[in-house]
Design a protein around this ligand. Sequence first.
Ligand code: TRH
Length: 447
Amino acid sequence: MSPTTRSAVRHASRARHSSQTQPPSTRPGTQPSPDGAQHAAIACDIFCAVIDNFGDIGVCWRLARQLAAEHAWQVRVFVDDLRAFHALCPAVETDRARQTVQGIVVEHWHEPAHAGDTLEVADVVIEAFACELPPVYVAAMARRAHAHAPVWINLEYLSAEDWVADFHLRPSPHPRYPLMKTFFFPGLVPGTGGVLKERDLDAQRAAFEASPAMREQWWRDTVGAAPPSAGSIVISLFAYENPAVDALLEQWRDAPAPVVLLVPEGRISGALARFFGVPSFAAGTHATRGSLTAHALAFTEQPGYDRLLWASDLNFVRGEDSFVRAQWAARPFVWHTYPQADDAHLPKLDAALEHYARAAPQGTARGAPRRASDEHPHALPPAARDALTRFWHAWNGVGNPDWAALWTDFAHHLPALTARAGQWAHELARAGDLAGNLAEYAKSQLK
Ligand code: TRH
């Protein structure tokens, strides 16, 4: 993905808003002391424009919570869609202009020029996914720049493509003001910004996986059913509309072993309703055909989604944040990339596969044949890697797949894929946690 493609969409979508001005001030308690050290908590403003779905606010909220909880930053989130936010954080009230949630100030960013009733400039300003900051806020940042310039970061989309490391932390001077914006690129390898990972995530996962009682309780509370019998395969399905799903549901219906499908209510639910011949596949719906039993789940608060991933043997994920969570879950997964014009999402898919499966460049976008010397010691066995690659491609609309063959291969290779998923989580950790990487960079600039 080019970093500018989605920005253009965002800028166009914001153009309908009018402007509004506010008098500037500086948030108290965040100036450096005479010795130059930052003794007060670092103040951070995150601006988030929700274009669609849940990934924009999902990433921003996770980052905000980490900066507040793990780095003791004083965080404020400006977000223009409180309904999307409420879905993954029910404590957020959709009709409030300002509220404090988990110690974080949440401002309803209802106009692009709006920057809070009392405009205060933070030490660190994060513009998520190239959303445009309110002009009045940028002007206030510029006024503050003479004494103590805020650190201005544009947090970009995640991509595993090679160019990301070259662009990570590149500065971009403002055309009119004495301000510098820095591009912060998430990525899957060292040298990029990494991906978000809470400090206690692995411990929480280990506790869940080690406790049959906790898992049993989760099934009863979340699914409304007892845990499935041994020998069943449990699959979570979080995806955009996907023409491949009909054939896949048929394969699961005819599978030799029971398949238990957990489907958070959303864009794929209509396909489930059609398959089972029910009016809707809303939360609380349970249906069975052949070997396939499917349960529709309510969209949960964000930490609850991790437990769904940990309770499943295989996870279908999409977009950005669930894609990352599936990697930390250390279980096999299938990624539905955010569809882009001209198949621009396919190089992203193959770049992720190259890292995850340790596949040498090949396939839809790269074209180069694989050589024996390209093999990596932690690579998936070639047959498992090819099965995974075909499955990911087919789920993203490439080719005319034989679903029966794909599913049979996938089940056959599940042990190798599970082992690789665990290994990959270790490799991914080497890129460092994004919140920690960002905090370290910002502090180095504030000195
Ligand atoms: O929702 P997504 O498709 O988000 C996006 C958007 O399209 C966005 O515009 C784009 O920028 C981004 O993808 C690349 O998928 P994603 O990123 O996985 O976000 C989903 C969020 O919802 C994630 O934070 C997990 C959370 N979630 C819950 O909190 N509860 C749930 O029950 C589920 C299913 C997800």
